[in-house]
Design a protein. Structure first.
Length: 255
């Protein structure tokens, strides 16, 4: 039994470590399953360890702006230097990071477990990988530039037409895409070649949703007060009756 003495605590990772926050200093460190301090309380921000036993952390705030972070291993050793504005967790040996270019612009790229660049520092945004693909924007930020999907080697698998406004993760071979026409949103679904499969006609699809379990939530209405969400199948057909004020992804339950 570990005493309730921390302000915050995460679940234990595959390497047997959990991030905890000291209530007095408000700094973070890591403990093992015996409650023993393994990595000292010296970070202002920490994340879970990824599949390469690496975690993104940010040092104690010294007043410098921006306060850059890097990656440590389970021994608390710095593996990838503290030079990133943002760092995601490692999955399949790859992480999405954000850093400054030589011109002082903020851009996203992929790195490997040694900190080596997989992609050029050119993306305004890179989303999460799903089914081996991640949406990436070449603009200044997530709302600008042409969207494309990249694989885990950094290859651009397909690019989409310029009126895409936003893009979601790939689920069951389909990606939810959104265009902004005459200041109105129109969501639809495309395949992994960038070809429209279900027309872009829905004013709303909940953020991050897709065909989990073969069904996806959509709405024919722009505003909540006008109507709710219902579910369609991968042919674009309504799956069953019923509309809902809020709707999300179907999740697989383990019994």
């Amino acid at each position: 039994m570990i005493p309730c003495q921390y302000k915050e605590a995460t679940t234990f990772g595959s390497n047997g470590l959990a991030a905890v926050q000291d209530p007095e200093t408000e700094l973070y460190g890591y403990i093992n399953e015996k409650g023993e301090e393994v990595i000292p309380f010296q970070y202002s921000e920490v994340n879970d360890f990824g599949d390469r036993d690496l975690a993104f952390v940010r040092p104690e705030d010294d007043g410098s702006m921006p306060l850059l972070g890097g990656y440590i291993n389970g021994e608390g050793e710095t593996v990838i230097p503290f030079e990133y504005v943002m760092g995601d967790y490692f999955e399949n040996g790859i992480a999405v990071v954000q850093r400054f270019t030589e011109n002082g612009d903020l851009r996203y790229q992929l790195i490997d477990e040694k900190g080596e660049a997989i992609t050029d520092l050119k993306y305004g945004y890179i989303g999460s990988f799903s089914e081996g693909l991640a949406p990436a924007s070449a603009g200044e930020d997530v709302y600008e530039g042409r969207w494309r999907y990249i694989d885990q080697k950094g290859n651009e698998v397909f690019e989409v037409d310029s009126n895409w406004y936003d893009a979601y993760p790939c689920v069951n071979g389909l990606v939810c895409v959104c265009e902004n026409t005459t200041e109105k949103f129109a969501y639809g679904f495309a395949n992994t070649k960038g070809e429209d499969v279900i027309p872009r006609k829905y004013p709303r699809v909940p953020e991050g949703c897709g065909f989990y379990g073969g069904l996806a939530p959509v709405s024919d209405y722009e505003y909540d007060d006008d109507g709710g969400f219902y579910y369609i199948d991968q042919n674009g057909e309504r799956a069953f009756d019923g509309e809902y004020f809020k709707a999300g992804n179907f999740m697989k339950m383990e019994l």
